[in-house]
Design a binder for this molecule. Structure first.
Ligand SMILES: [Cu+2]
Length: 159
């Protein structure tokens, strides 16, 4: 096997391994602050055309004995990331509002999903398309951070 092929395969495998580690590794050690263990599953983002903001979705699980709170996120792929909540007004209009803190009780799961909480991924720094993967680093109230990979799904994807 040519060296270049071998190297690209190794790079691919290590990327997969990094993804698995990101998805499965609880917050621990120096990065964890005082945060109990938080894991993320079902992470994805809905891509939209014309540079419209993408929406990031995931499920947070707090396996610790203390409550934690998601306060926001950053991303190397976007100029700005905000924590939002979609809601419907009394008049039936769809709106969203900024969320300062999203608490997760000990042992509880909180879902960011269409029609509810989401990460608003704004000002993409480079061209993105469905099938690409973006990185979002979740930020928690105690200073802990957790990087997550979100595969981009096409506009119209709802789950
Ligand atoms: Cu939003």
């Amino acid at each position: 096997m040519p060296l270049a092929t071998l190297l690209s395969r190794l790079k691919f495998l290590s990327a997969i391994a990094a993804l698995l580690v990101t998805a499965l590794t609880p917050l621990q050690g120096a990065d964890a602050g005082t945060a109990p263990t938080v894991t993320v599953t079902q992470a994805w983002a809905r891509w939209l055309p014309n540079n419209l903001p993408a929406a990031g979705y995931l499920v947070l699980h707090n396996a610790g004995t203390e409550a934690v709170a998601l306060t926001g996120a950053t991303s190397p792929d976007f100029g700005r990331v905000m924590l939002h909540e979609s809601y419907t007004t009394a008049g039936g209009a769809n709106r969203m509002r900024h969320v300062d803190q999203l608490p997760i009780a000990p042992g509880a799961e909180v879902a960011l999903r269409p029609g509810s909480y989401h990460l608003m991924l704004m000002r993409a720094k480079h061209a993105l398309k469905p099938g690409d993967t973006v990185t979002v680093t979740l930020q928690f109230a105690d200073g802990a951070t957790l990087p997550v990979e979100l595969p981009l799904k096409p506009a119209g994807t709802t789950e």
